[in-house]
Structure formats: C-alpha cells, structure tokens
Design a protein around this ligand. Sequence first.
Ligand SMILES: Nc1ncnc2c1ncn2[C@@H]1O[C@H](COP(=O)(O)OP(=O)(O)OP(=O)(O)O)[C@@H](O)[C@H]1O
Ligand SMILES: [Mg+2]
Length: 216
Amino acid sequence: MIEAKALSVSFGSTMALRDVSLSVEAGESVAVMGRSGSGKSTLLHCLAGLVRPDQGEVWFDDRRLDSASEKTRSDERLRHMGLVFQFGYLVPELTLAENVALPLLVTGTSRRAAQQRAMELLERLEASDVADRRPSEVSGGQMQRAAVARALAHRPRVVFADEPTGALDSANGQLVLEAMIAAARDDQAAVVVVTHEARLASYCDREIVLVDGVIE
Ligand SMILES: Nc1ncnc2c1ncn2[C@@H]1O[C@H](COP(=O)(O)OP(=O)(O)OP(=O)(O)O)[C@@H](O)[C@H]1O
Ligand SMILES: [Mg+2]
C-alpha cells in the first residue's frame, strides 16, 4: 500500500536517510526505532509526502507521491492519511472533540456523524471527559491522545505516528498503540509508528531500526 524505494535525503552535509526502502501492506503495523537523529521523522515525512527525497520514490497504492504536486500530496494526506506529529498538534481555538471531528468535516461528513465518531474515539482513548475543553486546558497526555484520535477519525488508509506515546505513562501508551493496531485490524489501515519503547514496538507486526539514516 505504501512503499519507499531507495530514499536518500540530505540536509546540508547531513545525510538523514541513505538508500532506505520500506513497504507496508494494508492491515500491517510497523514500528520504526532508532536513536535520536537517526532519520525516523524524516522517513515518516517522506512517506507522508511532506518531504521530497533527493533520490528514490514513494508510492501510495499505484500512485507516485514524491513527484506529485503539492496539491495532490496534500489531498492524499487529507483523504487517506492520518498523521500524528512528533511536535504538535491540535488547533488551539477548537475543543478536543472539534479537533478530532475536523478531518471528517473537511472531507464532507455531516456534523452529527463527525461528532459521534469523535466522541467514540475519545472514549476509546479515555479522553472523553475532557472532550469539551481546549488543548490549553488539558494535560500533555490528553492532548496527545486527542491527536491520535484525530489521526484515526476519518478511517485513513495509512496512519503515520511520530512518537505518539512520548508524553504518556505506560498504560496510556498501550492504549494509544492498541487504538492504532485496532485501526489496522478493523479498517485494514497500514500503520507506521515511531517509538523509543521496545515494549510498545512489540505490539506491531514488524520492527525496523534506523542507524544513521540506514535500515539496520
Ligand atoms: N529541516 C532540517 N534541517 C537540517 N537538518 C535536519 C532537518 N531535519 C532533520 N535534520 C537532521 O537530519 C537527521 C535526522 O533527523 P530526524 O528528525 O529524522 O531524526 P529522528 O530519528 O526523528 O530523531 P528524534 O528521535 O530526535 O526525533 C538529524 O541529524 C537532524 O539533525
Ligand atoms: Mg523525530
């Protein structure tokens, strides 16, 4: 479903990725591990069409993503991808429930159905009690769980999550991983999740480790 072929990315003199290939099937979950600076976020950003690789190709189904226009790439993200960024986040003016409903509303779901889906996900992630608060009025972990709920709201075909459990204790980290694995199972989504925690990575079907921009 999502495939990277021989990606290389440099930032100035830093080689962030070097000849990285990865293929993730529908319904499959992959954990990306590696030290700080090893290229995990860069890989995710390439797969999601946010960063254009210097070399290599990214394919989403039978469509080539890396060379597509800005508009095509952002349409693909909006409709088919769910993203949880390493840093950031929710729209500050909206409540958590409104944030989660947002990807549904912009792709044409009715307000009622969007609200219902948002509450269902916030419940699953144990954040429904703060659904009506704005991000500034909740904890970092509650924000992070709402960001995960938002990424899953429109039943994306691919979920990319960059350390979605960073601000969470182990029980909530497990909750988040389980919600993503459930999306893989129930909606046949492909899931790619960056995590530092081996215990959480072990919930995924497969683990890859990046070392200085190369898959070990
Ligand atoms: N926009 C950028 N400009 C310059 N260098 C960058 C940029 N983004 C990443 N890098 C460099 O590329 C390398 C890989 O960065 P990346 O963010 O992919 O690492 P990471 O594995 O996600 O690290 P962390 O675990 O700290 O989030 C690092 O050496 C980083 O300093
Ligand atoms: Mg990173």
